[in-house]
Design a protein. Sequence first.
Lengths: 275, 228
Amino acid sequence: MKLPFLPNHDDASFFDFLTRHHPDLTPAGRSWTASTPAPVESPRAQGPVPIPLATTVLAIKYQEGVVIAGDRRATEGYQIAERRIEKVFKIDEYSAMAIAGAAGPCIEMAKLFQTELEHYEKLEGVQLSCEGKANKLAQMVKANLPMVFQGLVVMPLYVGYDLKRTEGRIFKYDLAGGRYEESDYHAIGSGGKDARNTMREHFRKGMAEQDALKLALLALYNAADEDVGTGGPDLVRGIYPTAKIVNATGITDVAEQQIRGIFDVVLATRHSKES
Amino acid sequence: MPLPYYVSPEQMMQDKAEYAKKGIAKGRSIIVMEYVDGILLAADNPSASLHKISEVYDNIAFAGAGKYSEFENLRKAGIRHADLKGFMYSREDVTARSLANGYSQSLGTIFSQELKPLEVEILVVQVGNNGHANEIYRISFDGSIIDEKNFAVIGGKSDAVQAVLKDKAATQVPNLKAALSLCVSALEQTSNQKLPPEGLEVAALDRTRDGRKFRRFSAFEIKQLLSA
């Protein structure tokens, strides 16, 4: 049946719908700088023009679910582009995504992924499975590959609560759309390695929620300590990393007050060691 | 060689309309009704999985009567339209008015140009928030669009249900419980049978909810609402 004034399409994927009918709206749809690959000038200034880059995000599994957190800094070369950027996104009731890479396309992909899952749920009457959501995101990352050659890297870290398996799950990706499940924790972005080092030392299976949250923030603090691209707690402006918790009851934001409280302890402990 | 028969346009439209009306009247009725916290949608629907009522966007819902395959297609097209608009602009820019307009255009064009009109009647409703009024649009098989107040009925013996509701409707806006029992009694009265909670499809656009306002009621919840 043709509906002359409403687009007709018989797939439940919003992303496929955009690709077919509105390619200009997809992340890889703007083919402006055509085939010239971006000259890489320095590790922190990619692309033909400096673009804001978002960095260090991480996820840790605990007994009942997953904690996902990220710092608040975006950099543009050696400049700070944004001090309070939000890198952890609620995707639906049971999943969240954190991003590292070119800030603009990253935020766009998060928004597109949110729409994608909601669209599927409304058309089909049921939610995608946790695995299905992770796979869909892999396809979207893969579709972004042409933009990667132009310097617009989008790296997601996806966490979801699997209602069938009754456990939290963490998925990481590579630029070609490879999807890998992590069993315990993971961190990506410029300070990802430093954050992973911290988590490796302190992670235990079946941690309590509070301990996992503390570890997540400690790992971000250490990453900010070592990596210029990662922002630590900004005590003057009152800007702190953000975190979300995904478990059987759904997704919840961790209150800023609670995060501030944890950082107060971390800073006091550090201070007593240094002096 | 036989000449093709001449049929006057009036006759052709009348035939098409009669055909569509017959198809729509075969089904069962759906009622939407405003209540204090939003809009209630109730349908006489024995199937638990083939829905007649659906979420379209944050504060917009859809109900379709008539031929399932046809209104299901319209429903999907509407969700695509809404999600695209929300993605392109912002979530608050998705309105029932623009959606109803699109449906009206489509149905109208199909009615006049295609051999077979769509045997559907649909409702597009939007719950008002922050002092804005609710919007209820009823769109017929020929694309005619009617802006309804308080309640609207489509499908089956819609005229009879409408008459019952008009008689019983209270002067003030009912609460959820009262609205549901009013809808159910009107559906039962016109279909001359008792409708069990499992035979009802009930959903609401509840403005007290955060984000997406649409929610379905389980058979258990319907039973509870109707019992006390």
